[in-house]
Design a protein around this ligand. Structure first.
Ligand code: ADP
Length: 440
């Protein structure tokens, strides 16, 4: 049995003597771990391929080392179709120059069998912050994924079946509460109102369960298109301001660091808006769903003050955020917040209804677009939920729009083309807050 304690291990141990030099130590670790580890140089050539990587991919170490990573790693979608080169975790880490995690990266093994993997890629930077290589660590998560799918399938069927009778009960309770069709005394009304509220909550829970099950097994309807997030958020802000008003909360929309747009301003095609354009590839309905969910939470967990919807970014990242001046979230809960059914257990949240599924669904949707969602919060001061999505350059966006409309696309856009700033405000957007552990 291993014992860990303050006592130093006897230096005569077999392990200690074999750990004399750094290299031996490193190769013992690399050869012993089950995770795949791959080291790629700045030309994309595999320099190191550990036995874990060989076991997962079916490639022999000697065959893989010296090859271009593209020959060994083919990333595919859930239907087994190759994903665009720029969406691979290696390319994204290379482009962003930051750590990159992808828990849904499917790869083809040497015998062309798709397997579900979880990938983490870290760029190696030199003194001048240039990327000189990449280290990828990955594991086979096929078994976990299979079990998750079975669970999701069960939840999905059960909630689908239960939604129908719950909708019927809610309908009949509404009729019983309707003066024009029923006559009830005040005590019965009180009971029925309570039953109606609980049934509504149950209906929402089933709907959330269904959505989260679909999000897990990839059945969420998703029609990605080029979206200019500024216009979408401006429209949303004006749609949501009544809801904020009901709670006496102010609502504002900020683009860049200072362009405050009043919530009552409606997006108008005639407006000469001079601001940077933030394009992303996503389903606008899903994006609206996520922002609305974060906004609903901000309203729910804020008693007084202001809600801010914000949009900023840099060359590669579009960052949106929802900030409130509400209850805040205890630090110890922050790491669990995006898990299924997680709710902060304190007096403030106990009295406010909820399913604990909203943020989980938000995370799943954001991950669908290779994004990242996280929160920063100070107790009793407020919270800010951030979302980073890969930003499309104006050139890329225009080319994709032309393609969508069946027009001529003369050039395939360069993935690293810089966004042309459309206004002086664009320069202020480079101060993007990037999450610990990297951007989208
Ligand atoms: P719920 O339906 O419970 O609101 P969510 O998944 O949307 O579920 O949120 C999970 C938990 O995160 C909530 O129960 C609440 O404790 C906390 N939370 C979410 N948003 C906020 C916020 N803006 N301010 C404070 N707490 C929040």
């Amino acid at each position: 049995m291993f014992r860990f304690g303050k006592r130093k291990a006897p230096s005569s141990s077999k392990l200690a003597s074999s750990l004399h030099d750094e290299q031996t130590k490193n190769s013992i670790i690399l050869n012993s771990i089950e995770d795949g580890v791959v080291l790629i140089d700045d030309q994309g050539i595999i320099q190191l391929f550990n036995p874990g990587a060989a076991a997962i991919t079916g490639w022999k170490r000697d065959d893989a080392e010296g090859l271009d990573q593209k020959s060994v790693f083919t990333f595919v979608d859930s239907k087994g179709q190759p994903v665009p080169e720029e969406s691979s975790p290696f390319q994204r880490a290379l482009k962003g120059g930051q750590n990159m995690r992808d828990n849904n990266a499917n790869i083809l093994t040497k015998s062309n069998t798709p397997i579900a993997t979880s990938f983490s890629v870290s760029p190696i930077l030199d003194n001048s912050k240039q990327v000189t290589g990449l280290v990828g660590v990955f594991r086979d998560v096929s078994e976990e994924r299979k079990e998750e799918n079975q669970r999701a399938e069960f939840i999905s069927t059960a909630s689908h079946e239960m939604r129908t009778p719950v909708a019927a009960i809610e309908g009949y309770l509404s009729l019983a509460l309707n003066d024009r069709v029923s006559t009830i005394d005040s005590r019965a009304r009180d009971y029925l109102e309570k039953a109606h509220a609980s049934t509504k909550h149950l209906g929402e829970l089933f709907q959330d369960l269904l959505t989260s099950a679909k999000a897990e097994d990839g059945r969420l309807t998703n029609h990605p298109e080029v979206v200019e997030v500024g216009a979408l958020m401006q429209q949303l802000t004006s749609d949501l301001h009544f809801q904020a008003q009901k709670k006496n909360l102010a609502l504002e929309f900020i683009i860049g660091n200072s362009n405050v747009i009043d919530a009552t301003t409606t997006a108008n095609a005639n407006d000469k808006v001079v601001r940077p354009l933030y394009y992303v590839l996503a389903d606008p309905d899903r994006l609206r769903e996520v922002i609305t969910d974060l906004f609903d939470n901000a309203c729910k967990y804020t008693d007084a003050g202001k809600i801010t919807l914000g949009l900023t970014g840099n060359d590669t990242v579009t960052q949106l955020y929802v900030r409130d001046t509400g209850h805040g979230i205890p630090q110890e809960d922050i790491g669990h917040l995006f898990q299924k059914f997680y709710r902060v257990d304190n007096s403030a949240t106990r009295t406010i209804g909820g399913t604990g599924l909203g943020l989980f669904i938000c995370r799943k949707i954001v991950e669908l677009y290779h994004g990242r969602i996280w929160v920063e919060s100070v107790l009793d001061k407020g919270s800010t939920f951030y979302i980073n999505l890969p930003r499309l350059t104006t050139q890329q966006a225009e080319a994709m729009i032309a393609k969508q409309q069946g027009g001529q696309v003369s050039d395939t856009p360069e993935p690293d083309t810089l966004v042309t700033p459309t206004s002086p405000a664009a320069s202020s957007t480079t101060n993007t807050t990037v999450p610990p552990g990297g951007a989208a």
